[in-house]
Design a protein around this ligand. Structure first.
Ligand code: NAD
Ligand code: UD1
Length: 358
């Protein structure tokens, strides 16, 4: 019998890729998403890609904070585990609308955990972020590094990103408290580095609303002619070419990391554990742009401006713990990332709205 996994936020960028990998891996998936930052076209595309597994996916357009609706879903199905992606993630908005972010990301999670507990489902995988490391004192970042909110150094360096990050830090803390109170809870906190790229089919990918905050969606929109130039935030860092360095991880590798984490949840020794999901390699903004130009054959005009407030200089992961304990390692490098990102962008220049908004 296939195990049934509840995926919150499963219509979104990382969620849709993970749902596909779940289906192809023989799991059944039930997606809960309010489509606040996504489209049900992603669900339709995942079904197409899942072929013979298509009937193993069901979708509920529901907000996590709608407790009766979430209760009803748990009453109908016995879930093996929950993978929790649902959350708002726009950095600027998180600063201007903190209560909306705390309500959606923190309260939404508490409601989910309460309903899970009431129905005896105590296996959880949560999407945390490398942002919790702030401006790390050294690299690679290991899971034991101090977290930014409790680290005054990181706090001053990263004051502007505190708001989008506190949700993830709070939820991490809530999960640790929950496990301490009841050891039946098995929880894996996955700290993503920089998720990029798209499914190699070009049918699913990232489709941000409004002006993209992140590097690769912006580059992609320049390549398809939606924006005139990429603004490079600072070329005076102490890095190889002066631009910021990050650990870019292919979204399919990231999705596979969740399958590895699900397997780990059946380890009787697991409690509440944290794993980095990254590649362990640092790539600068200019290196990323040059790899994308090569993959797409498009010139990306650049406009160099000052540093973006809150940006760290160099962030990349130590991958040792995930490799050893989850038996998972990223397979793709920036060449494949850019190839797949361009394949998605060229087929869907306006994301999931391409068919009607061109
Ligand atoms: P996304 O916006 O594409 O997906 C999140 C999904 O959650 C969306 O489909 C949205 O409609 C849904 N959602 C939001 N609030 C909801 C609610 N209250 N009820 C039901 N559905 C709701 O984002 P993503 O890039 O796929 O990120 C997934 C998760 O991973 C997020 O929690 C994000 O904070 C975290 N994360 C993302 C990154 C990144 O760079 N993309 C990095 C680290 C962590
Ligand atoms: C950013 C957010 C972080 C969030 C994460 C989600 C900030 C300060 N940080 O992290 O809070 O959790 O995304 O994935 O917003 N860059 C440009 N031009 C651009 C965009 C980015 O030069 O238009 C540079 C940045 O300065 C950085 C690199 O590209 O050096 C990567 O940026 P980005 O994709 O935004 O990721 P993070 O900075 O890691």
């Amino acid at each position: 019998m296939s195990k049934i996994i509840l995926v919150t936020g499963g219509a979104g960028y990382i969620g849709s890729h993970t749902v596909l990998q779940l289906l192809l891996g023989g799991y059944k998936a039930v997606v809960v998403d309010n489509l606040d930052n996504s489209s049900d076209v992603s669900i339709k595309r995942v079904k197409e890609l899942a072929r013979e597994y298509v009937n193993n996916l069901s979708f509920h357009q529901v907000d996590l904070r709608d407790r009766p609706a979430i209760e009803k879903i748990f009453a109908q199905t016995k879930f093996e585990a929950v993978i929790h992606f649902a959350g708002l993630k726009a950095v600027g908005e998180s600063v201007s609308e903190p209560l909306l972010y705390h309500d959606n990301n923190v309260i939404g999670t508490v409601i989910l955990l309460e309903v899970m507990s009431a129905h005896g489902c105590k296996n959880l995988i949560f999407s945390s972020s490398a942002t919790v490391y702030g401006w790390p004192k050294e690299v690679p970042c290991t899971e034991e590094f101090p977290l930014t909110a409790v680290n005054p150094y990181g706090r001053t360096k990263c004051h502007l990103i505190i708001s989008d990050m506190v949700g993830q830090l709070f939820v991490e803390e809530i999960c640790r408290d929950l496990h301490n109170s009841d050891s039946k809870w098995k929880i894996i906190l996955l700290r993503y580095f920089n998720p990029v790229g798209a499914h190699p089919s070009g049918h699913i990918g990232e489709d941000p609303r409004g002006t993209p905050n992140n590097l690769m969606p912006f580059v992609q929109q320049v390549a398809v002619g939606r924006r005139s130039a990429l603004t490079v935030f600072g070329n005076d860092y102490s890095t190889k070419d002066g631009t910021g360095v990050r650990d870019y991880i292919h979204v399919v590798d990231l999705a596979d990391g969740h399958i590895a984490a699900l397997r780990k949840l059946s380890d009787p020794k697991i409690g509440c554990e944290v794993y980095n999901l990254g590649t362990g390699k640092g790539t600068s903004v200019l290196e990323m742009v040059s790899a994308f130009e090569k993959a797409s054959g498009k010139k990306i005009p650049l406009k160099i401006v000052g540093r973006r407030p809150g940006d760290a200089e160099v962030v990349y992961a130590s991958t040792k713990k995930a490799e050893t304990e989850l038996k998972w390692k990223a397979k793709y490098g920036i060449e494949e990332i850019c190839r797949d990102q361009w394949n998605w962008a060229s087929k869907n220049p306006y994301g999931y709205g391409s068919s009607h908004s061109k």
